[in-house]
Design a protein around this ligand. Sequence first.
Ligand SMILES: Nc1nc2c(c(=O)[nH]1)N[C@H]1C(S)=C(S)[C@@H](COP(=O)(O)OP(=O)(O)OC[C@H]3O[C@@H](n4cnc5c(N)ncnc54)[C@H](O)[C@@H]3O)O[C@H]1N2
Ligand code: MOO
Ligand SMILES: [Mg+2]
Length: 494
Amino acid sequence: MTQDKESVKPVIDDAAANFIPSITAATAAINMMKHDVKFNREIMPVQTAQALVLERVQRGFIECVPLEQAYGRHLAEEAVSNRPVPHFRRSIMDGYAVIAMDTSRTDTSNPIMLQVIGEVPCGSVWNGELRQGQAIRIMTGAQVPDGADAVVRLEWTTTVESTAVCDDSNDEIYEVLARPGDADGDVSCSTLPMSEVAQHVQSRQVIAVHQAVKSGEAIHGIGTEMQAGEVLVQRGQRIGAGEMGLLAMFGYAHVQVFRRPQVAILSTGEELLSLDEELTPGKIYNSNSYILLAQIESAGAIPHLLPHIPDDIRTLRERLDEAMEQYDVVITTGGVSVGDYDLLYEYTTNWDGDLLFNKVKMRPGSPTTVGFRHSKPLFALAGNPAACYVGCELFVRPTLLRMQGVEEPLPKPITAVLTEAYRVRDTFDRYVRAVLTITDEGHAEVRPTRADISSATVSIRDANCLFLSPASQVGMEAGALVQVFPLGGLQELK
Ligand SMILES: Nc1nc2c(c(=O)[nH]1)N[C@H]1C(S)=C(S)[C@@H](COP(=O)(O)OP(=O)(O)OC[C@H]3O[C@@H](n4cnc5c(N)ncnc54)[C@H](O)[C@@H]3O)O[C@H]1N2
Ligand code: MOO
Ligand SMILES: [Mg+2]
């Protein structure tokens, strides 16, 4: 943890107090001390601040939901396969289950004839065993009958017209098979025992196989996809389409998931209007609450937009105390800096909670303030929209993910090439809103969005990532390798 202090000159000094009749020297001295304290905040590196928050966060409660309501939730149990996949030898083609050896001497000019003894549609099982010279019609996904070790796809076979000719002198039947595509009308004969004639002749089921197949052809053996005992979905993993499929495959009609954290959003500031109010001079609409709403939903939590709070410490105290009782997490925006109406410092230094930090070595969002009260976190984010947004990505999102069982909830950086110079000097690390693209050659490139200032919302719309420009006297040159943090939620779809 760094110990450097950011020293800012107090706005009132003793000399100034002498010229303000309503302020006594004593009051001015107290005010100055207050300002000193308010200004001289310990500046904390981002990683230290994130670690401090995460070590206080507790995993949330667990609830049981039907699988159809589990998409997007985080699994609270480890789901393990209790059988291999597939659990029977599965045909991956429509065709005929055969004994591969039977086809070994076949080729296009000399197809082998096989007697079709039945069929296995999906969901059925062939009771009995396939013997030499026989084939069973089979569909994709059906269980391969015992005795068969290959499936010949339908396209490699033709059905052969067959006519039964009885020979009364013995109990055998001669069957005349017209070879498909045989221009000169050649015929071949095969002898079948009488016992098998009825089924055979009745359904005229003889096929010519035009291509030799190897043992295992078009069959997925037991366990080819997954063995018994493999982890299907880890505890804490978010349930997406693939996870839904796996859980369904193993018959999880209900699953244990982490409860979605209930998050209160309270903007502060006398200048704020609700969206149904008319825009009047000096006022602005409360847009931060809606930015946060999106971020919280995309982190899997449930946002609650509460009415914004005017710049009055008593009201603020009442409203925040109440919110901290009712919700799992409370987020405020605005009022964390050193202005006369910035009240979050006052609240978080005179409460029955622990203040973790109120100055982070980052921009935007340097006055980001976090504390815990009765083991619930309060995130007092800066009022500037981009500062609020970045503060939420770096501190709130990881917290909400940890509450939902994610072991490593911090955003993971990738490396990309900066396509244009970013010459912003700063003693703080800068998390720059930017656009990450993958070139046709497969390289990751990143460029800053146009409005990099803390008050800009348009750059939140345009960005799909943040890149880190470490504290520097010179900024960064085009071509530099930078750490990029892809943004969560809908942003990642851009
Ligand atoms: N003397 C100094 N002034 C400032 C410092 C400093 O170190 N010394 N830090 C600056 C930095 S950095 C930031 S970030 C901001 C933080 O401001 P606050 O958190 O106190 O926020 P406010 O003063 O309430 O508002 C700032 C700005 O944001 C607009 N805002 C506030 N809430 C909303 C909302 N819900 N929706 C849309 N916009 C909102 C507000 O109108 C102001 O324009 O302080 C700097 N000052
Ligand atoms: O820390 Mo602030 O967001 O730079 O204006
Ligand atoms: Mg302020």
